[in-house]
Design a protein around this ligand. Structure first.
Ligand code: BES
Ligand code: ZN
Length: 458
C-alpha cells in the first residue's frame, strides 16, 4: 500500500498533464456537432484503460454514443467491483462567462477549471490513476474490477438500460462503485447514500396560428407566454408546496433519526445564501434547507421561451410559448407516475383560450443505498485513510438514474464515492475540481480497492 501511495504522490504533475488531455476533448453528448469528439473521447478512454493495465478493453456500440468496457479479473476469490462513470459532458454555454476556455484545463489557486473536471471525467480519471498505481507497483489489484464508462449520462442514459440487459453476464459483479457526486464541503469528506430521481417535461402552449401584431390583436386573445406563465406560477402555493394533486402521495416521510442526523451536519443558511448572492432562501415550508435539497421533491422551470428576444423592441403577439420543467423526486415516487400527474394537471388547468402539449423527455428513479453494506463500510474506512478524517453521511439532490437500474437488472448495491464539491459549478460556467479532492480521491480509491476484501468477509 505504501508503494502505491508514494507512486500517487510522485506522479502528480504527469497526472495533471494527462487529465488536461482528457478534458481537452469536447465530448458534449447533447450536441450532434460533437459526435466525432465523443468518439475520440471513447478512444482516449479505451487507450488509457490499456495503458494502466486493464484488460479486455472494448469500445462497445449502442444506438447512441458508445460505452467503453475493460476489466481485470486476476484476483480469484476476491469481490468484483463494477466501476461506472461517464465521459460525456454538459454543453459549455454561456461560454463568455468562463474565466478560462472550458476545454483548456487551467489551474487557479487550489482548483483545476474545465468542463468535465468534476462531472465526471476528473472523477473517472481518479480511478484510472489509482488502478495504475496498483498495477505498476504490484502487477495486480486487491480486487477484481470491471469498468464501464458511458457517453450518454448527461442526456439521460437512454441506451444504458438495454446495454446492461444485453450484457448481464459480462457485467456480473458483487457491487457497483460510482464516483460522480460530491463531498459535503471542502475538507469534509462524506459518503453519499441517497440521490433524488427526475422527471423532465417539456410544455408547448399554442395561441393563434401565426405571430400577430400586438397592437392590432393585443387584447382580443390570450397571449401564450402569459398563459404559460400563469400555469407555471400556479404550480407552487404560497408555502412553496407543489400544487399538482397527488404529487406528494408516495413521498416517504423523513424518519426522526434521519432528520436528527441532518440537523447535526455543519450547515449555515446565511452563509449558503450569501455564497449564491442571495438575500433570502426559498423552499417548501416546514423543512430545513438540507431536507429540501436531499429528501423533498421539487419542481423547477429550467427554461422558458417564446416571442421576440432579440435586440431592441418588436411589438409581437407570439403564436407559441415553451417551457422545460423538471421535477426532482424522492423515494417512493416514480418518474412515470409523477410525469403522468404533471401532464394530467396541466391539461386540466390550461385555459380554454390556448392549446397545450405536454411531453415527458426523460426520467430516472431516486435511490437510497444501504449504509450497512460491506461496500459502504469499506468506503468509510478508505475515506478516513485517504483524507485523514472520518467522513460524514449525506444525501444528494442530483440524480444518477442507473443506480436503481443496477439494482433491478443486476441485483447490485452501489457505493457512491464522490469527490466533487457542492459548489464545483457542474453544468455551469467555470466547473472545477479541487486539487486536494482530486489527489485525496486517488488515495481513497486506492485504499478502497485494498479495504474491500476484508469488509466483504465480515
Ligand atoms: N454528476 C451528476 C449527478 C449528481 C449531481 C450527483 C449532483 C450528486 C449531486 C450527473 O452527471 C448528472 O448531472 N445527472 C443528471 C441526471 C439526469 C440527466 C437524468 C442530473 O442530476 O441532472
Ligand atoms: Zn452531470
Amino acid at each position: 500500500m505504501q508503494q502505491v501511495l508514494s507512486y500517487l504522490d510522485a506522479n502528480k504533475d504527469r497526472f495533471l498533464a494527462e487529465l488536461k488531455d482528457f478534458l481537452a476533448i469536447p465530448s458534449v453528448s447533447s450536441q450532434s456537432t460533437h459526435n466525432a469528439d465523443i468518439r475520440r473521447c471513447a478512444e482516449w478512454v479505451a487507450n488509457q484503460m490499456s495503458t494502466i493495465g486493464l484488460q479486455t478493453v472494448q469500445i462497445m456500440e449502442t444506438p447512441g454514443h458508445p460505452v467503453v468496457y475493460a476489466d481485470w479479473l486476476g484476483a480469484p476469490g476476491k469481490p468484483t467491483i463494477l466501476l461506472y462513470g461517464h465521459y460525456d459532458v454538459q454543453p459549455v454555454d454561456p461560454v463568455n462567462l468562463w474565466t478560462s476556455p472550458p476545454f483548456e484545463a487551467t489551474i487557479r489557486g487550489e482548483n483545476l477549471y474545465a468542463r468535465g473536471s468534476a462531472d465526471d471525467k476528473g472523477q473517472v480519471y481518479i480511478h484510472f490513476k489509482a488502478i495504475e498505481a496498483w498495477m505498476k507497483n504490484n502487477s495486480s489489484l486487491p480486487v477484481n474490477l470491471k469498468v464501464i464508462i458511458e457517453g450518454e449520462e448527461e442526456v439521460g442514459s437512454a441506451n444504458l438500460d438495454s446495454f446492461v440487459k444485453e450484457h448481464k453476464e459480462l457485467l456480473k459483479a458483487d457491487m457497483v462503485l460510482i464516483s460522480d457526486s460530491s463531498m459535503f464541503a471542502k475538507g469534509v469528506p462524506s459518503l453519499c447514500y441517497g440521490l433524488r430521481g427526475l422527471a423532465y417535461m417539456e410544455v408547448e402552449v399554442t395561441g393563434p396560428n401565426t405571430d400577430l401584431h400586438s397592437g392590432s390583436f393585443g387584447g382580443s386573445l390570450h397571449n401564450p407566454i402569459q398563459a404559460l406563465s400563469e400555469i407555471i406560477a400556479s404550480l407552487h402555493d404560497k408555502n412553496g408546496k407543489i400544487t399538482i394533486p397527488g404529487f406528494y402521495d408516495d413521498v416517504r416521510p423523513l424518519s426522526k433519526t434521519e432528520r436528527a442526523a441532518f440537523k447535526k451536519l455543519p450547515w449555515n443558511d446565511r452563509k449558503y445564501a450569501k455564497q449564491w448572492g442571495l438575500k433570502n432562501l426559498y423552499g417548501e415550508k416546514g423543512f430545513t434547507t438540507l431536507e429540501r435539497l436531499w429528501a423533498r421533491p421539487t419542481l423547477e422551470c429550467n427554461g422558458i421561451w417564446g416571442g421576440y428576444t432579440g435586440e431592441g423592441a418588436k411589438t409581437v403577439l407570439p403564436a407559441k410559448a415553451f417551457a422545460k420543467i423538471s421535477m426532482r423526486i424522492v423515494p417512493d415516487q416514480t418518474s412515470a407516475k409523477v410525469a403522468k400527474l404533471f401532464e394530467r394537471h396541466l391539461k386540466k388547468i390550461a385555459p380554454k383560450t390556448i392549446d397545450i402539449r405536454v411531453r415527458a423527455l426523460h426520467g430516472g428513479e431516486p435511490a437510497i443505498t444501504p449504509i450497512e453494506s460491506p461496500g459502504v463500510r469499506a468506503a468509510v474506512a478508505a475515506l478516513q485513510k485517504g483524507f485523514g478524517k472520518k467522513p460524514l453521511y449525506q444525501r444528494e439532490g442530483g440524480s444518477i438514474p442507473i443506480v436503481v437500474q443496477f439494482k433491478k437488472l443486476l441485483g447490485l448495491d452501489t457505493v457512491l464515492l464522490g469527490f466533487g464539491l457542492p459548489d464545483e459549478n457542474a453544468h455551469a460556467p467555470n466547473e472545477f475540481i479541487n486539487l486536494d479532492n482530486f489527489f485525496g480521491g486517488m488515495r481513497t480509491a486506492a485504499h478502497f480497492y485494498n479495504e474491500l476484501p476484508s469488509y466483504w468477509k465480515k
